[in-house]
Design a protein around this ligand. Structure first.
Ligand code: PMP
Length: 457
């Protein structure tokens, strides 16, 4: 057996094997999944703009006007008028001085984090941050200090400890999702900004799941918290609520000028394609003209949550569009996903490494293009799927909560940190993105060559 076949067999044995499912047609409220019509309940096309006629037309027109591809990196020949136009529009949407497009949210996180932290520096990262943040931390070669999910007391404690340890040397960056991709909860941004100020750290916030879903006019969690102008770097994606593909970073002029010089994925990767950029421009215009789309999304989210609750699931009665139904076990999540598909609802099972071991789940996502009847149907299909597998819906709901930290002592935090740095006791072949604390030692970075950037520019 080859090593690849052995690894695949091990993933299968662990219930972690993945395969691509084929969706026919656009990301609408219903799709054909491997040829079968199903209600789509796991797309990040939150506002239903990916399949909106105006967005599609804008992409088609841009292809005719500017062509299909951008031809080169932003710094070579890839910055086109349509890029500049979207950057201006996004800067104004985010109430920011400047904006810079990237190829994808994944690339933006890699670029921002590795530009703002290096081997002498420290990055403080929420333990449930997205994999692209985790990978950005790795690329930076900074010391990565993982704090407990949403736990500002632990963050503060970690910063104080780090400051004493490194005697104030080095740059410090706090990085967090604003709306967490798999749990749908929101980072305590105001407290994070306060801690950053007190400790001389920068803050980068990833609004991938917040843009278009929360805040006034869908302007995100930073705007919702009244923190516009207070965050050093805001990262957003064009691939979710804005219905396209690509990403952006908003910051002050100098920061953007610096990122143009330092963010490797901007320097070394082809600029976003004109149709994708024009589609996002049209989506932003639609969001501006019809902000009630956000209300419709939130109303559908509430309808979904209420219908799930009426079916006995342990789901909170709020209007956050991401609804995790945590089953825990990997196979149980896969089986429930399959049973729901057979009932006509597609809600992909999410397993490690996307979520921590033991918290496998169906991650439901409402869209503005659903109807409230869709939501009721979805809940009833999901409940039938649970019953078919002899699972109790009352035991299926949000991720397990943790001990309140105000009951913890400094000694508890010491133990906690030791555990966060503990290497994962997972089989070597299981990918694990959200490791709890990237060990301080980093593998040497083979491909580093001084001057690479100068040549590309
Ligand atoms: N950040 C978060 C929080 C995400 O959930 C994702 C995508 N799942 C990304 C970044 C990456 O964005 P993109 O899909 O544009 O690469």
């Amino acid at each position: 057996m080859s090593d690849i076949a052995a690894r695949l067999a091990e993933l299968e044995r662990l219930g972690l094997n993945r395969r691509l499912r084929l969706v026919s047609g656009p990301q609408g409220p219903t799709v054909l999944l491997d040829g079968k019509p199903v209600l789509l309940l796991c797309s990040n096309n939150y506002l239903g703009l990916a399949d909106h006629p105006r967005v599609r037309e804008a992409a088609a027109e841009a292809a005719m006007r500017w062509g299909a591809g951008a031809g080169a990196s932003r710094l070579i020949s890839g910055t086109m008028t349509v890029h500049r136009r979207l950057e201006e529009r996004l800067a104004s949407f985010e109430r920011s001085q400047a904006c810079l497009l990237f190829g994808a949210g994944y690339l933006a996180n890699l670029g921002v984090i590795s530009a703002l932290a290096g081997p002498e520096d420290a990055v403080f990262s929420d333990e449930l941050n997205h994999a692209s943040i985790v990978d950005g931390c790795r690329l930076s070669r900074a010391e990565v200090i993982v704090y407990r999910h949403l736990d500002v007391e632990h963050l503060e404690w970690s910063m104080r400890r780090d400051r004493a340890r490194r005697d104030g040397r080095g740059r410090r960056l706090i990085v967090t999702d604003s709306v967490f991709s798999m749990d749908g909860d929101i980072a305590p941004l105001a407290a994070i900004v306060e801690i950053a100020r007190a400790h001389g750290a920068r803050v980068a916030v990833d609004e991938a799941h917040a843009t278009g879903t929360v805040g006034p006019g869908g302007r995100g969690a930073i705007a919702e918290a009244g923190l516009e102008g207070e965050i050093d770097v805001t990262i957003g994606t064009l691939g979710k609520a804005l219905g396209s593909y690509g990403a952006y970073v908003c910051a002050e002029e100098d920061m953007v000028r610096y990122l143009i010089n330092a963010a490797r994925p901007l320097i070394f990767s082809t600029a976003p394609s004109p149709p994708a950029v024009a589609a996002a421009l049209a989506a932003l215009e639609l969001l501006d003209e019809r902000p009630h789309r956000v209300q419709r999304l939130r109303a559908n989210a509430r309808a979904l949550r209420r219908a799930l609750s009426a079916e006995g699931f342990a789901v909170a009665d709020d209007d956050m569009p991401i609804v995790p139904l945590v089953l825990g076990d990997e196979r149980a999540a896969m089986e429930m996903c399959q049973a729901a598909i057979e009932g006509g609802v597609f809600a992909q099972a999410i397993r490690p490494p996307t979520v921590p071991a033991g918290t496998s789940r169906l991650r439901l996502a409402a869209m503005a293009s659903h109807t409230s009847a869709d939501m009721v149907k979805a809940a009833s299909v999901l409940a039938a799927a649970a019953r078919e597998l002899a699972l109790d819906p009352a035991a299926i709901g949000p991720p397990p909560s943790r001990l309140p930290t105000d009951q913890q002592t400094a000694a508890d935090h010491e133990r906690e940190e030791a555990a966060l740095y503990e290497p994962q006791a997972l089989s070597s072949s299981v990918p694990f993105d959200h490791e709890q604390g990237t060990p301080p030692e980093h593998a040497p970075f083979d491909h580093e060559r001084d001057g690479e950037f100068a040549r590309a520019a």
